[in-house]
Design a protein around this ligand. Sequence first.
Ligand code: FAD
Length: 387
Amino acid sequence: MVSHPESSHPVIVAGGGFAGLSTALALSRSKPRPSILLIEPNKTFVFSPLLYEFLSGELRSWEVTPPYSAFLNGRGIALLQDKVISVDACKQNLLTTSGVTFTYSQLILATGSETNHFDIPGVLEHALMFKSTRDVEVLKERINYLNQSHGSQKCCVIVGAGSTGVELACKVSDLLNDQIAVHLIDLSNTILPNCHLFNQQQSQLALRKRHVHIHLQTEVESLSAKSINLINHNLLSHFTLTHDCLIWTAGTKQVIPSIFAEKIDVGQELLVDRFLQVTGCKNLFAIGDAASHREDLWPANAQVAVQQAQLVARNIIALRNDRSLQHFEFKDWGEMLSLGIGDATISALGLSLAGPLAFQIRRMIYLARFPVKSIGIKSASAWVLGN
Ligand SMILES: Cc1cc2nc3c(=O)[nH]c(=O)nc-3n(C[C@H](O)[C@H](O)[C@H](O)COP(=O)(O)OP(=O)(O)OC[C@H]3O[C@@H](n4cnc5c(N)ncnc54)[C@H](O)[C@@H]3O)c2cc1C
């Protein structure tokens, strides 16, 4: 192999979510294998599509958050439990929270996304989130408390009618007793604006069956510990709901370490070209929720993250061997949504199916093809390892 200066240091992957973990694993399968360092602050992988089952008690925490060691042992990938805080793309080095500097031959930023509060007053202080197992534990406690408390009519509000908000509204309705009303709020004029029509229709039925109150074209103005102020843009009217629990699923924003590079200005957005290289930086790549592209609006989901990981690993090997790089083309494998306990909807590979059978198939797909005991490892592996 030709020895390049950019080959003598490790390939570093920042972030061990769907994108970063898949990249590290794909790189580890290449021959010859480069030295690979994965930097990730957490000890366990989070399989987010199964957080609803963790909330309902259908799965346990360790099943949806398998330790990284279960994926990485014996694969020649070094794992550092740390966080990347800044990158110098000119010197090809990065700095971590614990103060260590690493020089990289290629760096893949796969630092994901976080909840976007849109600077709306009260969200940060009073809303519950739904992204980590800690968030799920807090929500579980709140649901238990509400189910046990008596007195006036109780109310749970979910803001955001994208897939997380809709899936959560169905699951939460099944977990709360009949006396507690569930409200779903969204600025858009439809639920699930980016989802397949069949799944949209099935979700509408599932929400109706559970008597979820849907407020569309409705914007959140502010919220407090007990109430939420809203404006309905269709009726041009302001109204207030009192709540006992408010969950915010209304948007995400990219997580980007600070980046110094001569020719680019990385501000709010980490822009990549079709090769997934950060614009103007040959040895810096970005994938998954953390990356965006000017023309192609790739959805922020695990499918895109995993497909980009496979390509970025191939492109890095190509770059190190002076071969040409390939463009990223997203292939939509279809979509599965959990719609409450024992219920789901699937629209994939020409199949449209809803109900208990769809729930079983969704689970089976997640459980597929990994011969280890933890459901989380099996399910995550079906995505991450692609086997
Ligand atoms: C509740 C829920 C349900 C979902 N369901 C589905 C679904 O059914 N299907 C689907 O396709 N998608 C689903 N998604 C979306 C999917 O989870 C994300 O699109 C996917 O996780 C993106 O992968 P990623 O690797 O880019 O980011 P993430 O999975 O968010 O991983 C980012 C990783 O980077 C780490 N990190 C952050 N900052 C740093 C730093 N500075 N240095 C080092 N590491 C860092 C984080 O700890 C994290 O491990 C769901 C999301 C949620 C929240």
